[in-house]
Design a protein around this ligand. Structure first.
Ligand code: NAD
Ligand code: UFG
Length: 339
């Protein structure tokens, strides 16, 4: 049997494919390369020794996507990472985000139903909780009040999945709400390579550390947190990847529709992360305090008891591991880019 991974050459998809291969699973990846490179296939092969089956297909292209299902009658599970994910860009190009994220999911679900594929994992986000009334966040906490089109696509897709499940109770659907993925594979051969100026904290830190940028802007130091800077739940991307393997094992038991937070349960402030990075790698990360970033919240971290109890999964990597691996990857990436 095979697992179809959409967006498989992206940041989280590639790390998940490696963990699936480690488990002996057969993987079929689909990606339109809008935010990834074809060379990721070579990198995955370097790490695992396995060359994955790959289709350069846009999930918006129903016909081409159907070919993948026709040619691979052994698909048992679908993990759907494909989508657009930049919060800022989604405010400027809302229709692109609604079209890409909603239509790619709808196309996939239609094909799954047509070809009798029952198990679906969806990449949701902590962003669906909007502005949390309290932390840590539990899966049962209210969702809604998203502040940007990207977040709203995740919220709408969660609703679509609930509605589809009502009429297709034979399906098993895992909605995984990721907190803040950071880090890279310990080999340093794959990681996150954002185009342009990074929006997210860790890629910004690594680009400052490697000398590509002058200093980090810390967005606000007057939040009601441990040191005034924003607090998030940073989860190592390899832990996130093993969370998908655990969720697949859960889906094999026919649980119906299930929802899990994937985080660490611990909050870390911006300045704590900077300090951990400097100490782990013995490099300096100059920073300046800047105004708050519009739309940011003070604190966001998960309660992950449900995943631990029901998926028998918990994050095992530390912030220090993530800082070390991100740095390893940034150095490799910088060296390769200069070739
Ligand atoms: P990514 O951009 O690295 O990976 C997404 C991949 O999907 C890319 O390789 C891109 O080329 C591909 N893609 C986009 N649209 C496509 C389409 N229509 N057809 C085929 N391929 C398409 O992003 P990521 O960080 O790996 O995120 C994966 C998923 O997890 C996304 O759905 C994202 O919204 C979600 N998520 C990410 C984070 C995060 O902070 N990274 C947090 C919460 C949720
Ligand atoms: N930050 C800085 N300087 C920077 C970048 C970020 O100080 O240059 C701060 C932010 O203000 C925030 C923290 O670092 O306090 C984390 O910011 P990120 O942009 O890395 O992450 P967010 O929590 O804002 O958002 C991320 C994803 C969203 C997702 C959300 C919840 O980018 O897509 O996590 O999963 F919705």
């Amino acid at each position: 049997m095979a697992i179809l991974v959409t967006g498989g050459l992206g940041y989280i998809g590639s790390h998940t494919i490696i963990e699936l291969i480690k488990k002996g699973e057969k993987v079929i990846a689909v990606d339109n390369l809008s935010n990834s490179k074809i060379t990721m296939i070579d990198q995955i092969e370097k790490i695992t020794g396995v060359r994955i089956t790959f289709y350069q297909v846009d999930c918006l292209d129903k016909e081409k996507l159907e070919e993948v299902f026709k040619e691979n009658k052994d698909i048992r599970d679908v993990i759907h990472f494909a989508g657009s994910k930049a919060v800022g860009e989604s405010c400027v190009k809302p229709l692109l985000y609604y079209e890409n994220n909603l239509m790619s999911t709808i196309n996939l679900l239609n094909l799954m139903i047509k070809y009798g594929v029952k198990n679906f994992i969806f990449s949701s986000s902590a962003t669906v909780y909007g502005t949390p009334k309290r932390v840590p966040l539990y899966e049962t906490d209210p969702i809604g009040g998203t502040t940007n089109p990207y977040g709203t696509t995740k919220l709408i897709i969660e609703g679509i999945l609930q509605d589809v499940y009502k009429v297709h109770p034979e399906m098993n659907i895992a909605i995984l709400r990721y907190f803040n993925p950071i880090g890279a594979h310990e080999s340093g051969l794959i990681g996150e390579a954002p185009n342009g100026i990074p929006n997210n904290l860790m890629p910004y830190i690594t680009q400052v550390a490697v000398g590509q940028r002058d200093h980090l802007n810390v967005f606000g130091d007057d939040y009601p947190t441990v040191d005034g800077t924003g607090v998030r739940d940073y989860i190592h991307v390899v832990d996130l990847a093993t969370g998908h393997v655990a969720a697949l094992e859960k889906l094999a038991t026919n649980p119906g529709l299930v929802i899990y937070n994937l985080g660490t349960g611990k909050g870390t402030s911006v300045l704590e992360l900077v300090k951990a990075f400097e100490e782990a790698n013995n490099v300096k990360v100059p920073y300046e305090i800047a105004p708050r970033r519009p739309g940011d919240i003070a604190e966001c971290y998960a309660n992950c008891d449900k995943a631990e109890k029901e998926l028998h999964w918990k994050a095992t990597h530390t912030i220090v591991d993530a800082c070390r691996d991100s740095w390893k990857w940034q150095q490799y990436f910088t060296k390769e880019s200069k070739k």
